[in-house]
Design a protein around this ligand. Structure first.
Ligand SMILES: [Zn+2]
Ligand SMILES: [Zn+2]
Length: 341
């Protein structure tokens, strides 16, 4: 009984080939999970998916897309099982299903951008919208929720026996709030990450870099670490490396991450920068006493309502009737996701 995690692409934004990125890798986001019952899950379909082959004898393949930015779907056209007439593939994507996920992806998988039309793919491919109230593929329970990033973006939590993996590759939870001060109710993605055995999280920028990139939808390494500590994860991998960062710079960033992580009271071996080609296996073990706190359903401490604000400021923003705090953008446990921009 084990959960296997394989990092096929760890780069963000655009693939970067070159001798200066060999150790961390240049392919964009793609992670393969093989679950204890043999279920094949692929998280995102960046260019890292190109080298992956899953024989149809291994059963249905499920591709879970967090969002449709090109760095997360660009590898679809090069995914070998799409060209196997006996393969069964389910592609999951974010709501709303309007226009349908298939039509959205066909914008890329059609002329003039592609030599192959989506309808011509030989495999049996279906397209489904991720339900936000949880779903199951094989043995694992999967939870998903909208998280802070530009455009509609999901995060995933995959629970396989006693292990839970959380995948938040494009995420800026510190947008508009200091993570060391914010109430849990106002931190995007924290319910998905809480107590995870492994968190794979956006850590695209160094702290100084981030100052000029606030609102781009990505995290600084220090914010990612703070988020991970707030969520009390066991291990974390910093992911979605900036295309401008070569191996040498990433080594420096990784060293800084370990220092910051230990300063937050966590063990140094529990944090690392993701490296393409790395794989790890999580064995089943007794559950942690500090397991995940179940998501509250309605009636939380904060009560949010939408109100109209001057057009110049915001179209709308939620106000907590409990504490009167007004937030401009974010994810509130009771209100759900909103973006007042
Ligand atoms: Zn991305
Ligand atoms: Zn993105």
């Amino acid at each position: 009984m084990s959960l296997a995690v394989e990092l096929l692409g760890v780069r963000g934004s655009v693939p970067v080939p070159g001798s200066d990125v060999i150790r961390y890798g240049g392919n964009t986001s793609c992670v393969r999970l093989t679950l204890s019952d043999g279920t094949n899950l692929i998280l995102d379909a960046g260019t890292g998916i190109r080298g992956l082959d899953v024989p149809h004898e291994d059963g249905e393949i499920h591709i879970l897309l967090t969002h449709l930015h090109l760095d997360h779907i660009q590898g679809l056209l090069f995914f070998k099982p799409f060209f196997d007439a006996n393969a069964e593939i389910v592609v999951w994507g974010p709501p709303p299903d309007d226009p349908p996920l298939r039509d959205m992806l066909a914008r890329y998988l059609s002329t003039p951008l592609s030599p192959v039309e989506i309808r011509e793919l030989p495999a049996r491919v279906s397209f489904r919208t991720v339900p936000l109230d949880g779903f199951r593929i094989g043995s694992p329970d999967i939870e998903s929720d909208r998280v802070l990033h530009r455009g509609v973006t999901l995060g995933y939590r995959v629970r396989d026996g006693t292990n839970a993996l959380c995948y938040l590759p494009d995420h800026e939870p510190a947008l508009g709030r200091a993570l060391n001060e914010a109430d849990d109710d106002w931190i995007s993605g924290i319910d998905l990450a809480r107590g995870a055995s492994l968190l794979i999280h956006d850590g695209q920028f160094g702290s100084e870099e981030y100052e000029s990139r606030i609102g781009w939808g990505h995290s600084s390494v220090s914010d990612a670490l703070l988020f991970a500590r707030r969520a009390e994860v066991e291990q974390m991998l910093l992911f979605h490396h900036d295309p401008a960062h070569d191996d040498e710079y990433l080594d420096t960033l990784g060293g800084q991450a370990v220092e910051d992580w230990t300063a937050l009271g966590a063990p140094s071996e529990a944090v690392a920068l993701a490296q393409e080609g790395r794989a790890s296996v999580y064995q089943q073990r007794p559950p942690r006493p500090t397991g995940r706190v179940p998501k509250r359903v309605g009636g939380g401490r904060h009560r949010a309502s939408r109100i109209d604000l001057p057009e110049m400021v915001l179209a709308y923003a939620p106000v907590c009737r409990g504490c009167s705090r007004r937030e401009r953008t974010g994810v509130h446990r009771d209100l759900g996701w909103f973006d007042a921009a």
